[in-house]
Design a protein around this ligand. Structure first.
Ligand code: C5P
Length: 225
């Protein structure tokens, strides 16, 4: 019969946080450790999935068995995701992708001139999740986004889910030391079908397992080889 759950499925996960270069030695970054994305990779592998892990600036050991693609900036992460997306049964965008990047990266290290700091001009990065969700997803593909909100978690989460068009949105409440860079995570998982599932505070592996529990019933029926 058809394989159950994630066994034999191709899963594409982005993890970590992008770095947007200012000059050869400086960047605009964020506090994502990559732990949640790596926990998603490890738990998917444990369920028998084939995992491609697009990893942005993560200082963690590679999950055994994952096909790890290292990227730096949002543009590199986008290229890697777009190259792999067609093969994936599930895509989970757990990476913290910078919303903005410097218009250009200076060729040499920016020097103090005595005239005060030069402004850094920013442009918006493409929204990768938006690009791969909804009508742009392959038939039967399940696309999962993450969102970090400091307040109005449900209201902002619903609006973000609708705007991005993904199937599931995992909304973390951040601020006050929660989520970023910590071992534990708690979340509300919102579904495009109107569902809302609260995941209590606990290890990121537990949250990852609950996310897979919600993904599995949404998968298209598996092939039978
Ligand atoms: O809009 P916001 O950044 O809060 O959305 C977060 C979700 O969107 C995450 O899943 C993140 O990986 C994804 N994202 C993206 N491309 C961006 C910004 C965010 O794919 N430029």
């Amino acid at each position: 019969g058809a394989p159950s759950g994630l066994a034999g499925r191709r899963v594409l996960i982005s993890a970590g946080g992008t770095r947007e270069p200012i000059d050869p030695v400086r960047f605009i970054g964020n506090r994502s450790s990559g732990r949640q994305g790596y926990a998603l990779a490890a738990t998917a592998l444990a369920r028998g999935a084939e995992v491609v892990l697009v990893s942005a600036n993560v200082g963690l050991p590679d999950p055994a068995g994952a096909d790890v693609r290292r990227v730096g900036s949002a543009q590199e992460l986008r290229e890697a995701v777009l190259a792999e997306r067609a093969k994936a049964d599930v895509i989970v965008m757990a990476a913290a992708v910078a919303d903005f990047r410097p218009v250009s990266s200076a060729e040499g290290k920016i020097k103090k001139t005595g005239a005060g700091p030069a402004p850094i001009e920013l442009v918006e990065n493409p929204d990768i999740l938006l690009e791969i969700s909804g009508e742009r997803a392959r038939a039967g593909q399940v696309v999962v986004g993450f969102a970090a909100e400091t307040d109005h978690v449900l209201e902002y989460g619903r609006a973000k889910l609708a705007r991005k068009g993904c199937d599931l949105l995992v909304v973390n409440q951040v601020g006050g030391g929660r989520a970023f860079g910590t071992e534990d995570n708690q979340a509300m998982v919102l579904g495009a079908d109107g569902s809302a599932t609260e995941i209590p505070n606990g290890p990121k592996e537990d949250l990852a397992d609950r996310v897979w529990d919600l993904v599995e019933p949404r998968l298209a029926p598996g092939h039978t080889d």
